[in-house]
Design a protein around this ligand. Structure first.
Ligand SMILES: [Ca+2]
Length: 327
């Protein structure tokens, strides 16, 4: 049997079967080949998938030894198939997707930096992501191969964290530098279906020591809860300066939105940054967002300065990063 004439594009004499497959791959319309052994080898390029429909075949004298289908693309990349702003490229017959979309038809979306890492990208830089719960895409700083999506970072000390409620909700600073991603964005990230996130603090004490504190199953509530967070209460090895455990169930506070459960103190105003404060002690074991101090190992005692409590000693901070990573 060979392909019926209406499904035959070209017929060549070839010396090897390989030559026939090469001819097919060079012809955009070719989706199958039938190689007929006659006096020599006849190569029929076909426009149909011969294997799946025998009505395309007809009997002839001689023997068809085999045919092989050309592997079809995952999905046709025609202009109308490029979704979400993707642009069809005639040159390489693909959709050029606009971030945060990717895939053959630009229908897949990066939900976090882990998704970006899964595509093989490794460059540390800002990327656009779009968790489905978010009404729009937004930029985040990523370390893709480690799956890190930054929540906030303070390394230069050039961004003032004494901000309003609205700024803490929406985010501030540039994600390529010191910044706060925003409570709404983090909330939407932690709603990503099928993903559980750990929240990691990576701290550089002013004496050069690095301290890492990991909280698993971190989940941020929405505006209706005051952005309270939950997490796994079993913090491994009780890390130095377990900052968050005492604050589970506390709503977020800023100087203009005091929910710190103290009737006498406005903790955010006193310290100069927004945080989950609780009670008259405010934030007694850590200050990730206070002013950095690169010159003194020990905390100055000024409540506006950053510190982390390690072995009951308040240590100065010269850098702090916090990121979410898929568990
Ligand atoms: Ca108060």
């Amino acid at each position: 049997m060979i392909l019926s004439r209406s499904h035959r594009l070209q017929t060549y004499n070839v010396k090897t079967t390989l030559e026939c497959h090469v001819a097919c791959s060079g012809d955009d319309a070719c989706v199958s080949v039938v190689i007929e052994k006659a006096s020599g080898l006849l190569c029929h390029l076909g426009s149909s998938l011969a294997a799946s429909d025998c009505s395309n075949m007809e009997a002839v004298n001689g023997s068809v030894k085999f045919y092989k289908e050309k592997k079809t693309k995952e999905s046709p990349a025609r202009p109308e198939m490029c979704k979400n702003g993707g642009v069809y490229s005639v040159d390489n017959d693909t959709c050029q997707c606009e971030a945060p979309y990717h895939g053959t038809n630009c229908t897949h979306v990066y939900r976090d930096c882990k998704d970006i890492g899964n595509t093989g990208q490794t460059e540390k830089r800002p990327y656009l992501i779009h968790p489905p719960a978010s009404p729009a895409p937004f930029p985040v700083f990523c370390i893709p191969n480690l799956g890190r999506t930054y929540f906030f970072q303070q390394t230069k000390g050039d961004v003032d964290f004494n901000r309003t409620w609205q700024e803490y909700v929406r985010g501030f600073g540039q994600v390529s530098g010191d910044h706060w991603l925003g409570l709404d964005h983090v909330r939407h990230l932690t709603l990503n279906e099928g993903k559980n996130y750990g929240l990691m603090f990576a701290l550089t004490l002013s004496n050069g020591t690095k301290v890492y504190v990991l909280y698993s199953d971190f989940q941020l509530g929405g505006a209706d809860t005051g952005y309270k967070f939950t997490m796994n209460p079993n913090v491994p090895n009780r890390p130095p300066g377990d900052c968050l455990s005492p604050l589970v169930g506390a709503p977020f506070s800023t100087y203009d939105n005091d929910s710190d459960n103290s009737t006498t103190i406005n903790c955010a105003q006193r310290h100069g940054w927004g945080w989950w404060y609780s009670g008259d002690t405010c934030s007694s074991v850590c200050s990730a967002l206070g002013r950095l101090n690169k010159n003194s190992d020990l905390w100055s005692g000024d409540e506006r300065d950053a510190f982390w409590t390690v072995d009951s000693v308040h240590m100065s901070l010269k850098a702090v990063q916090a990121y979410l990573r898929v568990q």
